[in-house]
Each structure stands twice: as structure tokens, then as C-alpha cells.
Design a binder for this molecule. Structure first.
Ligand SMILES: NC(=O)c1ccc[n+]([C@@H]2O[C@H](COP(=O)([O-])OP(=O)(O)OC[C@H]3O[C@@H](n4cnc5c(N)ncnc54)[C@H](O)[C@@H]3O)[C@@H](O)[C@H]2O)c1
Length: 436
């Protein structure tokens, strides 16, 4: 970053002042009550167990119940609480509806839902109807109809409903959001994002046997962006979606499906059943979304080819561009050399978000999961709005079904307005940072 010239310093300083006036804190942290919040965790597999670990590091939380289809998993999660010196949570297990007993018997303030995708919405709706906050793993729903159910139930009950999209809380993404809100990128014009994560060798299938795990079913039945929320999470705030702008349409297209067969052929041989199956899911899905004000966004689903992890976030405006994959930035008013990239890291430090003041690097996902859960818990303690509201959760979630519909029709499809017009007057909300 070059030393600020007088012109750019005044400009940045002015933006910072405007920023301070414009940004206000959602305020839930300051109102938090001293009482422990009573939490249940439904679905204690990999991710649910991770949430239990995280919750045990947050003050003022009591895990009162755990639930899983498999009793052993619920027991393991309960044991973690005991090992941490906490009261043993009640255990619910045995079938797909054991969670209903839990919701009926335990008076919870919030419920973390980390089950298979097909049960997220039903459990969340029942949680809302009992007056507790659902924190739903990604994606919150699989259809637009179910997404509307979440929006309408949250509106009817007045209880916030948050999808636990952790990448929205990443330190780099939040610093970029702070900078965007200070006007350093000018007017935002275009963004790009991806979920490039080879999950064939471990998540969709068992790595040792190659057996299908539960998510593999979706690769057989659908061709769509199966997992858009990690890529699009931070981007919706960069683009002011639901707060001054809105997605109007989505056009998606898919490549051929060859990665899964190729993986099985190479690792398990041509006779393995998964080498021969005709998978419906294309390897790369590219979606192009347009907004009412004319911004564009490209999203890539990319989870079945061998490759290192990447999100390829790109934020481009009239005064500059941030490229996450290059870890680089170029700003007209601040970069030392005309049209030359400079390192991103000093900017991340300078515009560090207030949620990232402590060193959290030893926590899961480098601290991101802790920051997300801590903010969710703060909102529950204060009975305030959740850090990600139901409308933002809905927009991220709806891409699953809409991308599939667009691929099927080979045409753009309209994007629903989950806010029912409120996007025109809603003010920026997610992660407002008064410390700027
Ligand atoms: N945010 C992230 O970084 C991240 C990472 C991994 C997974 N996830 C999400 O977390 C969720 C769980 O994924 P996972 O990898 O932990 O899967 P998993 O298979 O390890 O765990 C899912 C658990 O849910 C249980 N379950 C399913 N239906 C249930 C029901 N009706 N009642 C009670 N228990 C039920 C299963 O028995 C299993 O133990 C998914 O939505 C996934 O997309 C998110």
C-alpha cells in the first residue's frame, strides 16, 4: 500500500467518517443477558460434533440435549460435554423424528441443525414454531417452496432464522466488506465466486471403500449447484443484496459429468459400480446472476474434479478490484503503481473487522466457525436479530433449486424476492462494524 497522498488520505478519511455515520451496530451483543442459553444440537455427525466443540468454548452456553439417528453419535457428543466438565445433555436418538421429542421436552433457546440436507427445513420450522432460534447448516432448504416456508414461519413467529454460512464470517471477507462499505472499491459492478473443493474422495463417497455416503444420492438425481452457500455467502453483502439491490434472474449451465467415473475408474477399477453409473450431476456448474441495479455475479460449483481448494472470490468496482485467489488488490486511489496488483494482506490488517480482534488461528476453520457461532449465540442471548437473517439465508439457499431449473430449461429463470419489496428500504445489516 503506498503512503497515502493528501488527496487519497482526505478521500479515505472522508469515506471513513461517512462510514462511521452510516454503519451502526445491530446491537445484540450489548444487550446480552447474563443467563445461560439452552442449546440443543440435532445431527451429531462430523459437522454437528464440530459445533459441540465450538459451543463448549463459548461462555454462557449450556448444551441441554443432543440428537442423532445413531445413538452412538449422540452419546459421543454428550460425552464431549461431560469431558469438558459440563452437565450431561439429554440424549435423543433412534429415528428420523426423535428430534420432535427433544423439541417437546427440552425448553431450548436455540437449536443447531446439522442433519442430512433433506431434514433441515422441517426441523427448523418446528424449532421456530416452538419459539427457539434455529441455526441451520448449509443449505437451509433444497427447494424454493421450502425456502419460503422458512421465511414465512420466521415472519409469523417473529423468531430469527439463520443459516450457519461460516464463510461469510471469514477474516478476509469481512475486511473486504468493511472496505466496500467505506467506498474504497467505488460502486460495485461485478463479483465472482466458487466452491472448488474435491469432495469425491471423502464427503460424497467413503474414501476407503468408495461406498456412497448420503450426499451421493443428490449426484444421481440432480444436475445443479448443489452447494452454493459457501461461495456466495460473503458476496451477497458485498453486492448489497436484500439491502438496496436484489437478484432478478439466474442462468446456469453445466459441463459434462466425467469426474466421478474417472475417479472411480482410476482408484477402484472399471468394474466398480460407481465407475459405470451415469451420474446426473455435471462436474462444473456455472451460474450467472443479474441484479436489479445491473450488477453481475458468476458462481462456480466445482466439487468433483481433483484440485486444491479455492473460492476464487473477486470483488470489482469503479475504483478497484480485490482478487482473493491472487491475494491481491488494486485500488485507483491507493495502489502505488498504475494498474499493478499489490498485496492484499496489509489491507486485511488495516480494515480488520471487530469480530477478529483476538488470535483465533487454533480454532476450527482458522477461527471462522467460532466467530460465527459466537455471534449467533450473542443474538440468542439478547433475543435480538441473528447475524444472518432469514432473507439472506433464503437467497443463498434458493440457488440450489433455481440453478437446476435453469440447466433443465437452458434458459434464465426469475429469482424470487423473499423480502417482498423490503429490499428497497432495508439498510445494510450483516457484520456492521462501528469500530471502523
Ligand atoms: N459449514 C461447513 O463448513 C460444513 C462442513 C461440512 C458439512 N456441512 C453441512 O453440515 C451438515 C451435516 O454434514 P456432515 O458432513 O456433518 O454429515 P454427517 O453424515 O457426518 O452427519 C450428519 C448426521 O446427521 C444425522 N441425522 C440425519 N438425519 C437426522 C435426523 N432426522 N435426526 C437426527 N439426526 C439426523 C446422521 O445420523 C449423521 O450423524 C450438512 O448440511 C452439510 O452440508 C457444513
Amino acid at each position: 500500500m503506498k503512503n497515502l497522498t493528501r488527496r487519497s488520505f482526505i478521500k479515505t478519511g472522508t469515506m471513513a467518517t461517512i462510514g462511521m455515520g452510516m454503519l451502526s451496530d445491530p446491537g445484540y451483543a450489548s444487550e446480552a443477558s447474563a443467563k445461560n442459553v439452552r442449546i440443543a444440537v440435532i445431527g451429531t455427525g462430523n459437522r454437528g460434533t464440530g459445533h459441540v466443540h465450538n459451543l463448549l468454548t463459548i461462555e454462557g452456553v449450556e448444551i441441554v440435549a443432543v440428537c442423532d439417528l445413531e445413538e452412538i453419535r449422540a452419546r459421543n457428543a454428550a460425552d464431549l460435554c461431560v469431558k469438558a466438565g459440563r452437565k450431561k445433555p439429554a440424549i435423543y436418538a433412534g429415528d428420523h423424528f426423535a428430534y420432535r421429542n427433544l423439541l417437546d421436552k427440552e425448553k431450548t433457546d436455540a437449536v443447531i441443525i446439522a442433519t442430512y440436507w433433506d431434514s433441515h427445513t422441517a426441523i427448523a420450522v418446528e424449532t421456530l414454531n416452538r419459539g427457539a432460534y434455529p441455526g441451520i447448516e448449509v443449505p437451509a432448504a433444497l427447494t424454493v417452496e421450502d425456502t419460503w416456508k422458512l421465511v414465512e414461519t420466521s415472519e409469523k413467529t417473529g423468531i430469527p432464522c439463520m443459516m450457519l454460512e461460516n464463510w461469510s464470517f471469514r477474516q478476509d471477507n469481512l475486511a473486504a466488506l468493511n472496505m466496500k462499505r467505506l467506498g474504497l472499491f467505488g460502486e460495485i459492478v461485478h463479483c465472482h465466486c466458487a466452491h472448488s473443493h474435491d469432495c469425491i474422495d471423502h464427503w460424497f463417497f467413503d474414501s476407503k471403500t468408495g461406498d456412497q455416503r448420503w450426499p451421493a444420492e443428490y449426484l444421481l438425481k440432480y444436475n445443479r449447484d448443489q452447494y452454493p452457500t459457501h461461495s456466495v455467502g460473503p458476496v451477497i453483502s458485498w453486492m448489497d443484496i436484500n439491502r438496496g439491490d436484489i437478484f432478478t434472474e439466474i442462468y446456469s449451465t453445466a459441463s459434462a459429468s466425467t469426474g466421478i467415473n474417472s475417479y472411480f475408474n482410476k482408484k477402484f477399477g472399471p468394474d466398480h459400480a460407481n465407475s459405470k453409473i451415469k451420474w446426473k450431476q455435471g462436474d462444473i456448474v456455472t451460474s450467472l446472476l443479474k441484479t436489479r441495479s445491473g450488477k453481475t455475479l458468476v458462481i462456480n460449483y466445482d466439487m468433483q474434479l481433483p484440485r486444491p481448494y479455492s473460492n476464487r472470490w473477486l470483488l470489482e468496482g469503479t475504483l478497484g478490484v480485490y482478487d482473493e485467489e491472487k491475494s491481491s488488490i488494486y485500488l485507483t486511489d491507493l495502489s502505488p503503481k498504475y494498474h499493478e496488483w499489490e498485496q492484499w494482506k496489509p489491507y486485511e490488517v488495516q480494515y480488520n473487522h471487530k469480530w477478529w480482534q483476538a488470535d483465533l488461528s487454533s480454532q476450527s476453520h482458522g477461527g471462522t466457525d467460532y466467530v460465527m457461532m459466537n455471534e449467533f449465540i450473542n443474538s440468542v442471548k439478547a433475543k435480538g436479530p441473528a447475524p444472518i437473517d432469514v432473507y439472506d439465508s433464503a437467497v443463498m439457499t434458493a440457488i440450489v433449486e433455481l440453478s437446476g431449473l435453469s440447466i433443465e430449461k437452458n434458459a434464465p429463470v426469475p429469482f424470487p424476492d423473499f423480502t417482498k419489496g423490503k429490499w428497497q428500504t432495508n439498510k445494510p445489516y450483516f457484520a456492521l462494524d462501528r469500530s471502523l
